[in-house]
Design a protein around this ligand. Structure first.
Ligand code: ACO
Length: 382
């Protein structure tokens, strides 16, 4: 862990807080070039990866630092397959949750229960694989339980994306759905020092365990300013409903001081390259929904520009994620947990990178409260 720019008072004041512009770690995993609108994993351009690889290949790339050979990929798939089980303790905990529980909360609880029952020692790759393999299992188990259905066993012939869809519905998924979900999972697997990854690294830096670090990351991802946006994008698309209502709906939302979900990004000062890929996936997956989303996107960008000319707000990854995930049959409240089922690879890769060269992450705060106060004992205070 190196801190190139110290988060000094002047830095924080200059950049309006939020640690904007502060380099908090060194990483070889992914590079976000916000001005160029470029994202690479280990130097490979996200556009090439999204169009040609599977999620398992990307997991290999992020965990092992190189693209796998055919045999290496088979080995990793076998390891993931062996771990795709639902431990009794997690089944019990998920069964006890109210059916109204948000799936993201159920996932956080499941990971915590799994960690309590399983994890010992320093974070390692075996744990990363074991945990990643179980994300779709935990999510689908909770989804079925809340609908009064029994969780299913993983299908031995299906990969990560296909098995997730199978576990949710009990049906063999359509090839085009698997391809769209796989591309989505590839696109979301890692993204520099985003809030949830930073959280995971902070927890790992205290020499805590992998489950605790991932539980923290899930909590950070949940918020609408980070991974919680796509279901809100879907709410917006549904509330608008038809193209003719789009402008007045968004004008009203902006007038109330609300943010338009799916737009703006801390790092990108041009279009998010993942949004470009997801736009195309959405166009292929659901042409009707795409037409409405595209119109809303164009209007939103125009209204945001009109509100503050020259401000650089663009479509982010979440806008078309909503269309793509809905098109493969996922309900809105599984969008963010599905994001987590991809990002868990990035989180665990970052946790391993952190522990391999650890120093406690412990920034400072700029104290702005009162000073030199005169202490008065409890009984004498008025
Ligand atoms: N709608 C309306 N106004 C916006 C939006 C938006 N989507 N995004 C930013 N703004 C405005 C802010 O109100 C602010 O205006 P001001 O300067 O007049 O106060 C200005 O643009 C800058 O906003 P910040 O919050 O400082 O920008 P920051 O870089 O911190 O925020 C963020 C990035 C949180 C993503 C923001 O753009 C946002 O809230 N977007 C909507 C939520 C969303 O889509 N989240 C998903 C992000 S992608 C991801 O994490 C996977």
């Amino acid at each position: 862990m190196t801190t190139k720019t110290s988060p000094s008072t002047s830095t924080i004041k200059q950049n309006r807080g939020g640690l904007e512009g502060v380099v908090a770690a060194t990483t070889t995993l992914s590079r976000v070039e916000g001005t160029a609108g470029r994202l690479t994993y280990h130097g490979y351009n996200i556009h090439d990866l999204a169009r040609t690889t599977t999620f398992e290949e990307i997991a290999y790339l992020l965990w092992f630092g190189k693209l796998p050979t055919r045999m290496e990929l088979v080995d990793l798939k076998v390891r993931l397959l062996e771990e795709r089980t639902l431990p009794t303790v997690v089944l019990q905990v998920l069964s006890d949750l109210p059916s109204t529980t948000a799936p993201m909360d159920a996932l956080r609880t499941a990971v915590s229960a799994w960690g309590a029952a399983t994890i010992q020692g320093k974070p390692n790759l075996d744990q990363a694989i074991a945990l990643t393999a179980r994300f779709p299992v935990f999510l689908s188990a909770f989804h079925r339980l809340r609908n009064g259905l029994k969780p299913l066993e993983s299908h031995p012939e299906l990969g990560y994306a296909a098995n997730y869809l199978y576990l949710l519905s009990g049906h063999m998924p359509k090839e085009e759905h698997v391809r769209a979900l796989d591309a989505y999972l590839v696109l979301l697997a890692d993204h520099g020092m985003n809030a949830s990854t930073f959280t995971a690294r902070v927890v790992a830096s205290t020499e805590s365990d992998i489950a605790s670090a991932v539980v923290g990351a899930i909590g950070a991802l949940k918020g609408p300013l980070h991974g919680g946006a796509p279901s809100k994008v879907q709410d917006m698309l549904e509330a608008i409903g038809t193209q003719d209502r789009a402008e007045s709906w968004m004008r009203d939302a902006l007038a109330r001081g609300e943010r338009l979900m799916g737009f703006g990004h801390r790092a990108y000062k041009t279009e998010d390259p993942r949004a470009e890929e997801l736009r195309e996936l959405a166009r292929l997956a659901d042409p009707r929904e795409f037409a409405l989303a595209r119109r809303i996107e164009e209007l939103a960008l125009a209204l945001l520009e009109e509100q503050k000319p020259g401000r650089r707000l663009y479509t982010n990854v979440e806008f078309y994620s909503a269309v793509v995930l809905a098109s493969v049959g996922l309900p809105g409240d599984l969008f963010t947990p599905t994001f987590a089922a991809s990002r868990v690879v990035g989180w665990t890769a970052h946790i391993l990178e952190q522990v391999a060269n650890n120093r406690l992450i412990r920034p400072e705060a700029d104290y702005t409260g009162p000073t030199e106060q005169h202490f008065v004992p409890l009984g004498e205070r008025q």
